[in-house]
Ligand binder design. Structure first.
Ligand SMILES: Nc1ncnc2c1ncn2[C@@H]1O[C@H](COP(=O)(O)OP(=O)(O)OP(=O)(O)O)[C@@H](O)[C@H]1O
Ligand SMILES: [Mg+2]
Length: 357
């Protein structure tokens, strides 16, 4: 059995334990952290929402029993801990940035699932509704956004007033990418401190003007770098992209936990490469089965935002710098528009209920 399979089995067992007050299972609540499995010895931190939890002992026991029920488990070591969520009135996030109303991070548990494609197309779709949209390509490993939007090397970031840089415009979106600052084909080896400041720098040192929705395309994965990028910016919500074949409770939980750690609400999950659309006859084939991401979203109690097919035109549009969301004849464009609308609506609800304007 692979290491991931061991972790999946443990998380699966733990997901059967419900917090009776919050009416959700302890895995989807992000209470299980630092899971380690070595030779059948399982250890993790069990992070409650308050140290004053009256159910701490019974939850602890239930979690222990759930893990012990797996035949290969030799020992279970649980460290109980608590993280009190901040009220919306006193967020621990960095202060909002003037002129930028909403910042949306697009992340995933794994690379290559279509984060950049989804970020770009959602941004284009929202811009087409008349919203003022920005896009930050924070993927230091492979900044693909300029290519996906047909932005060429020649389109340098012009200097604006007060030593700020001017974002580049494409398809009605204002864009900045590390790819527009570093020469092409140069592997980016950034030092930690610089990486950690990147989203912050891009947000504060550019002449964005007024932005309703700012998308941030994150580097793949859920490591420290991704966490820092999310932590250093006042992110209002996160969209998690997954493909049906890669999706597992494990991957989705990793991405979810990363955002929960820094109190970023999950706006929902998108299933990319959901089914195949034949370019010849337009017929649909569910190559990887259906409903994987929707099931996972429902298990994790987050919204399912929609599915984007595996469609040659999506990749061709990306390679040619012509995002499919800009093509009014495309059914897939309509899907991107529907997802973008749900994201915007969800943000409105969050902002209104937390008292922000
Ligand atoms: N729905 C789709 N149909 C067809 N091709 C797609 C689709 N979504 C993405 N692709 C293609 O898959 C490849 C990977 O997509 P993309 O670069 O958006 O993923 P990513 O998650 O941002 O990757 P990375 O982790 O490397 O940043 C690209 O070539 C893209 O054109
Ligand atoms: Mg990418």
């Amino acid at each position: 059995m692979s290491a991931i399979e061991f972790e999946r089995q443990v998380l699966n067992a733990l997901s059967k334990v419900e917090d009776p007050e919050l009416k959700r299972d302890i895995v989807s609540l992000g209470m299980i952290r630092d899971l380690k499995i070595e030779n059948g010895n399982v250890s993790f931190r069990f992070v409650l929402t308050t140290p004053a939890c009256p159910l701490a002992n019974s939850l602890n026991e239930a979690a222990r029993k759930a893990v012990e029920s797996l035949s290969w488990v030799k020992s279970v070591d649980i460290k109980q801990d608590a993280h009190v969520p901040k009220s919306p009135g006193a967020p621990k996030k960095p202060a909002p940035i003037e002129g930028i109303s909403n910042i949306i991070a697009v992340g995933s548990g794994k690379g290559g699932v279509g984060k950049s494609t989804v970020s770009v197309n959602l941004a284009v779709a929202l811009a087409q509704t008349g919203a003022k949209v920005g896009l930050i390509d924070a993927d230091i490993y492979g900044p693909d956004v300029p290519m996906l939007l047909g932005i060429t090397k020649e389109q340098k970031l012009a200097l604006a007033e007060k030593e700020q840089l001017e974002p580049v415009e494409a398809y009605g979106i204002k864009v900045v990418s590390i790819g527009l600052i570093l020469p092409d084909d140069t592997p980016v080896i950034w030092r930690g401190p610089l990486i950690s400041q990147m989203t912050e720098q891009f947000l504060t040192k550019m002449n964005w003007g007024e932005i309703d929705y700012m998308f941030v395309d994150l580097p793949p994965g859920t490591g420290d770098i991704q966490l820092t990028l999310v932590q250093k910016a006042p992110i209002n919500g996160a969209v998690i992209v997954s493909t049906p074949q890669d999706v597992s409770l494990f991957d989705a939980t990793k991405a979810l936990n990363m955002f929960l750690k820094v109190d970023v609400p999950i706006l929902g999950m998108v299933e990319n490469m959901s089914y195949f659309v034949c370019p010849h006859c337009g017929g649909q084939t569910n190559i990887f089965g259906t409903g994987g991401v929707e099931d996972t979203a429902s298990r994790l109690c987050v919204d399912f935002l929609g599915r984007i097919p595996l469609e040659p035109r999506v990749r061709e549009g990306g390679d040619a710098g012509k995002p499919i969301a800009a093509d009014p004849s495309s059914k897939t464009a309509k899907e991107f528009h529907s997802i973008a609308t749900k994201v915007a609506a969800k943000l409105s609800v969050i902002n209104l209920t937390s008292g922000e304007k």
